[in-house]
Design a protein around this ligand. Structure first.
Ligand code: ADP
Ligand code: MG
Length: 298
């Protein structure tokens, strides 16, 4: 499948804070791609960089296989911060102004208002809109230029359950038109409900990327190992199917690549001359993993 966005080793520092660390991602055409992570994990910073609103400290990205330029930016619709509309002007008039600023045709105003269910209310003043309607108008505004890609940052923040459901339906409808959507969210549930693909960020680090459909069964296997050998940790790090090793008291906690288990780990350590005295397996679903990330930061 062709790639719409490719990010290669992008990082962003704000003084001493590393907001995004060596992030590499690929977004395929037609995907609804979720960037999932708790507050402060680097989602907005990532979106700002790929929109050209903030310069990466290092690394690069490209849209549609081309280098960033004005033409590329016109193929992308985005809502980063809450957009500014004139309170006493109607939705239609606000979109006319947006169309002029963006130098796009006003012909699509009714189309985009229909897309977000605001056609009937298009003559009402913006200030009479509910928060959900305001957010829907923001999506309509981003869709005015008929972009190939739509970027949304926390699109359901602050909305009531009905408002949330409406926004999610609109996102799915837009995806059905064949658009690519990139959505940042701190809500696991939202990503599972609307996205096809997702990644998880934690403190600016990418810790998972995959298909949402795979993630429902996906688990990580963590094995706690103990041995008298003082170099246990060093040996564990040499094993090819070992992903991470963390020292916890007398034991080491090891995450192994899928398809490998405690028996394989034990057998490998034996070939290294290490005799295991303690071996416990813990399986964690992706959901548990994400929830534990959220708890750590809460
Ligand atoms: N303009 C800025 N100046 C300094 N620090 C910033 C700035 N923008 C973001 N940060 C910091 O970068 C980190 C990531 O922030 P952000 O990308 O907004 O996270 P998220 O969108 O996932 O909540 C946070 O620690 C935040 O405080
Ligand atoms: Mg954010």
């Amino acid at each position: 499948m062709s790639s719409v966005l490719e990010i290669v080793n992008i990082s962003k520092d704000f003084g001493r804070i590393s907001a995004v660390k060596n992030l590499s991602l690929q977004v395929s055409k037609g995907a609804v791609f979720g960037i999932l992570g708790p507050n402060g994990s680097g989602k907005t910073t990532t979106l700002a960089m790929i929109l050209g609103a903030s310069n990466p400290t290092s690394g690069s990205f490209n849209w549609f296989g081309e280098n960033g330029n004005h033409q590329v930016r016109k193929r992308i619709g985005a809502i980063l911060e809450f957009p500014v509309f004139y309170p006493s002007f109607s939705a239609e008039k606000n979109l006319r102004i947006t169309a002029r600023i963006k130098e796009v045709s006003a012909e699509r105003i009714d189309v985009v208002l229909g897309m977000v269910g605001l056609l009937e209310r298009k003559h009402d003043a913006f200030k009479t809109y509910s928060l959900g309607m305001k957010q829907r108008l923001a999506i309509a505004s981003a869709m005015l230029c008929d972009p190939e890609v739509l970027i949304l940052d926390e699109p359901t923040n602050g909305l009531d359950p009905q408002g949330i459901a409406e926004i999610r339906t609109i996102i799915r409808d837009i995806a059905e038109q064949g658009k690519t959507i990139i959505l940042a969210s701190h809500l696991l549930d939202e990503v599972q409900k609307v996205c096809t693909d997702f990644c998880i960020l934690k403190s600016g680090n990418l810790i998972y990327q995959g298909k949402v459909s795979d993630s429902e069964q996906s688990t990580t296997t963590e094995i706690e190992v103990g041995a008298a050998d003082k170099d246990l940790e060093i040996h564990l790090r040499k094993i090819p199917f070992v992903q991470t090793v963390t020292r916890v008291g007398d034991y080491c906690r090891v995450v192994v690549l899928s398809g490998h288990d405690a028996a394989a780990l034990n057998a490998y350590l034996n070939t290294m001359g290490i005799h295991v005295s303690h071996l416990i397996t813990r399986k964690e679903s992706l959901e548990e993993k994400f929830l534990s990330i959220l708890n750590v930061q809460a």
